[in-house]
Design a protein around this ligand. Structure first.
Ligand code: SF4
Ligand code: SF4
Length: 338
């Protein structure tokens, strides 16, 4: 099913989609574009290359309560959590959706799966947006991501001059377009040409890198690489494939809650234990962990490097200690580029 809508009619579409539950889309606020829930008057920006922070929080919120209780002193009662509404995310780029599929391996494809993540994933309709203007930091081609197409999308959207073409890819996508009713025109005559979109070539050679890193836990490269790191944690917060969280309990014998919030392996307290021991007490150990996780541990478990080349760590790290620098320092560079 293919449908068309004029660009100037999009606010009406946002309103219709937001009526069924939260609608996340890239919103311009000053110089920053981030995925936010749509409200009347919000300035959606579908032209932005990458949002400052990835849209992973649609599925893995920055903070969420996952257990609440109360007690009258004799009996403990668990308070059911509120139901998760149907969610629409509009404008997620193929690299970011590929990253969500990496989170799926961690949160869905384990036994047992993560209940809240599973509900969010099932209740969310994903409208991916073809990306044809990568910036100099985008390098998703290195990870076999096609910026023009997201195979995992429920609906694929293409910006066409004054229109947006929406192509439903499955039942969920068709249901969403049907719900928009008369706001959408028939687009069945429109063709979707296969476009080749080139992203930056940093001369990386990823062949065999995860295996190569198996013997390099004490490699001298780590002794230099970590030195500029400030430990700010920005790289992990903006990254679509970072997924660590912290769990906290608040309350007393009458009532309380357990919630989780994003955490970062770049923080000193991340691995600190109750007795005070910290296996990653220094920045060298923490920087090594971040890059080893992406380049060795995740591939060892799930068969692929945990990076989609979105470029956010390149844009955001205040000292340019990004994954490209790390791969090069570890020898993952083509000889010609040296
Ligand atoms: S690598 Fe960069 S962004 Fe990440 S914690 Fe260190 S200084 Fe911050
Ligand atoms: S490591 Fe950097 S380039 Fe790779 S997915 Fe994370 S933020 Fe994007």
């Amino acid at each position: 099913m293919k449908k068309l809508i004029a660009r100037d009619k999009l606010p009406e579409l946002w309103e219709a989609l937001a009526a069924r539950g939260p609608l996340y889309l890239p919103v311009q606020e000053g110089p920053v574009v981030s995925f936010k829930t749509w409200e009347e008057g919000a300035e959606a920006n579908l032209e932005a290359t990458a949002t400052a922070v990835s849209p992973k929080d649609v599925f893995l919120p920055r903070e969420e309560t996952f257990l609440q209780y109360k007690s009258d002193g004799t009996k403990l009662e668990l308070i059911p959590l509120e139901d998760i509404d149907p969610v629409t995310v509009f404008g997620i780029h193929p690299c970011d959706l590929r990253a969500v599929e990496m989170l799926d391996k961690v949160y869905l494809e384990q036994d047992p799966p993560d209940t809240l993540y599973k509900k969010r994933r099932e209740n969310t309709t994903v409208v991916a947006l073809s990306c044809d203007r990568p910036d100099p930091f985008c390098f998703c081609n290195e990870f076999d991501v096609d910026p023009a197409d997201a195979p995992g999308a429920d609906v694929m959207a293409y910006l066409r001059n004054g229109n947006v073409l929406l192509e439903a890819r499955n039942d969920k996508g068709r249901a969403l377009l049907e719900q928009a009713g008369d706001l959408l025109q028939d687009g069945s005559a429109e063709s979707v040409e296969k476009k080749e979109v080139k992203t930056a070539d940093f001369g990386l050679n990823l062949e065999g890198l995860p295996e190569n890193l198996k013997e390099r836990f004490e490699d001298p490269a780590w002794d230099e690489l970590y030195k500029s790191c400030l430990g700010c944690g920005v790289c992990t917060y903006v990254c679509p494939t970072c997924y660590c969280f912290d769990v906290e309990d608040f309350g007393h014998e009458r009532e309380g809650q357990r919630f989780r919030c994003w955490d970062s392996c770049m923080y000193g307290h991340f691995t600190e234990m109750a007795g005070g021991h910290n296996p990653r007490a220094g920045r060298r150990e923490r920087v090594r962990q971040r890059f080893m996780h992406k380049l060795r541990y995740y591939p060892e478990t799930f068969g692929e490097i945990a990076c989609v080349g979105c470029g956010r760590c390149l844009r955001s790290c205040p000292v340019n200690l990004d994954i490209v620098q790390a791969i090069k320092a570890l020898g993952g560079e083509t000889v010609e580029q040296r």
